[in-house]
Structures are given as C-alpha cells and as structure tokens.
Design a protein around this ligand. Structure first.
Ligand code: NAP
Length: 255
C-alpha cells in the first residue's frame, strides 16, 4: 500500500537516527518531502544514511547528539542548517535498555535508561517547543514509547517505567502546549526485530513471547509508516495526547 503525506516546508528531527526505527523514520519523512535532521551519537553510521537519502534529492543533515546531556541538546539544535528552518516535527526515538532482574539493577543502569528515554525526551521537547513558540510556528512531537509502557514484563523495570513515563509526558505536554499549536502524541510499538532485542527472539523465552502476540508475528519497521505519517502531518490536526498502539494486538492480549 502506498501512503502519502506532503511534508514539504517542514523540518523533522529524528533522535536515534543511527538505529533501526530511526533509519526508517528518517527515510519515510525525507520521502514525504521534509528536511530531515539525523541525531544520535554514532555520527559515521548516520553519515551513511544521509548520503543515501541525499542521493534521492532529500535535504538531510547529521548532528551529533547525546540526549542525556542538556548542553548536547542545545548544540544539536544550534547545528540545524538555517536553510532547514525551525524544527517543527520532532521524533523522540532514542532509546536504551538494560535487561536485568529488579533485584540486580544498578543505579548507573537506571540513570542511563531513564535519562535517555524520559529525561532526554523531555528536555529536547522543551528546547524544540521554545524555538517553535519564539518563531510563532506550530509543531508535532512524536514520542516513541512501547507496549512496555502499558503492560509489564520481567527484567525490564527501568525501561518499562521510562516508557510509562513517556506516555504520561505525552499527555502532560499535549495539555500544556495545545495553546501553542504544538501537538504531542505517542506511538507504542510492540515487539519489532532490532539491534536492541535481536538476541532475545532467538532464545526460547523470546519464541514463547511471540506466541502471546495475537497476530503471532514481530513488527516490521514498515508497520510504523502509517502511524508516523499520520502524526507528523496535518492529517492528525485535531489529535493531541493520543497513544497509538502498533503491536499486533499485544497490549490487548488475553490474561
Ligand atoms: N524494536 C522494538 O521492538 C521496540 C519496541 C518498542 C519500542 N521501541 C523503541 O523504539 C526506539 C528505537 O528502538 P530501535 O528498535 O530502533 O533500537 P536501536 O536500533 O538500538 O536504536 C536505538 C537508538 O537510540 C540511540 N541512542 C541511545 N542512547 C542515546 C543517547 N544517549 N543519545 C542519543 N541517541 C541515543 C542510538 O544511537 P547512538 O547509539 O548512535 O547514540 C540508536 O540510534 C527506542 O526508543 C525503543 O525503546 C522499540
């Protein structure tokens, strides 16, 4: 199926653009005509993607970003090429996880997961919103949460808490920033194959988990294309504070 959205004249910043989802999101947004800013720590990986997208005629820039450091957030936004205009589509996609039983989680692991998935998403959203308000522009913020922000699983306590927090952050910011015409929505993906979880789905518990997904399959990045374009574009002009589950029915699986 071909999904269409016209994002010409918009500037989209995708965090975690060196990873599985981020690569797909950047490709989709560039394909819809947005200027795209790729942001993450692994600059060389993003340069390869930027070259590929630029070859298709897209306007793409790479900015280094450590989302856990507030000075890095400001530096990343300052590095957006002036010709791209102000960032008016933000995809908070950077994410980290440390799988361990709650009794074994360390403070350093807790901090890394919460600082990346929740605190970083908040302060980048705040920095983007301040620039949008100063420019008198509307915007769309899309937070990449997780089915684990809605349900529970073993050995992912900080991650699940960070994603539940990201869902509530989505609603908080939607409420506060509606007056500024900044919409804030979330996508809650279920289990997709990625660098973060590839090892897990080769294990017996990973295989057993798949059997509990009503649609009995892992997601593909293309399953996120429609929800992303919906939330990024004016097709969702009257949507804010929404959380879209894209999980093959996992969040509604039977008890
Ligand atoms: N795959 C799934 O099944 C699934 C399901 C639900 C939700 N999600 C969520 O989807 C998002 C993307 O996941 P993915 O599957 O694409 O994983 P991935 O391939 O491992 O990508 C994670 C991305 O986050 C970036 N990142 C991590 N720490 C960062 C930091 N301190 N500063 C800036 N960027 C940072 C990484 O970039 P650098 O290392 O280059 O900085 C990488 O690009 C995550 O938020 C994840 O929680 C994934």
């Amino acid at each position: 199926m071909t999904l269409q959205a016209d994002l010409q004249g918009h500037c989209a910043l995708v965090t975690g653009a060196s990873g599985t989802f981020g690569t797909h999101f950047a490709t989709v947004l560039a394909g819809a005509g947005a200027s795209v800013v790729l942001a993450a720590r692994r600059v060389e990986t993003m340069q390869v993607l930027a070259e590929r997208l630029t070859a298709t005629g897209a306007a793409v820039a790479v900015v280094p970003l450590d989302i856990t450091a507030t000075h890095s957030i400001e530096a990343a936004l300052d590095a957006v090429p002036p010709s791209f205009g102000v960032v008016d589509i933000l995809v908070n996609n950077a994410g980290a996880n440390h799988s361990a039983a709650a009794l074994e989680q360390t403070a350093a692991q807790w901090d890394e997961v919460l600082d990346t998935n929740l605190k970083g998403a908040f302060f980048l959203s705040q920095a983007v919103a301040l620039r949008l308000i100063a420019a008198g522009r509307s915007g769309s913020i899309i937070n990449i949460a997780s089915v684990l922000g809605l349900r529970q699983s073993l050995a992912v306590t900080p991650y699940a808490i960070s994603k539940a927090g990201l869902i509530q952050l989505t609603r908080q910011l939607a409420l506060e920033w509606a007056r500024h015409e900044i919409r804030v929505n979330a996508i809650a993906p279920g289990y997709f194959l990625s660098d973060m979880n590839r090892y897990y789905f080769d294990t017996p518990p990973g295989q057993a988990l798949l059997k509990r997904v009503p649609q009995r399959r892992l997601g593909q990045p293309t399953d996120l294309t429609g929800p992303l374009l919906l939330l990024a574009s004016s097709a969702s002009a009257f949507m804010t504070g929404a959380v879209l589950s894209v999980d093959g029915g996992h969040a509604v699986s039977t008890l």
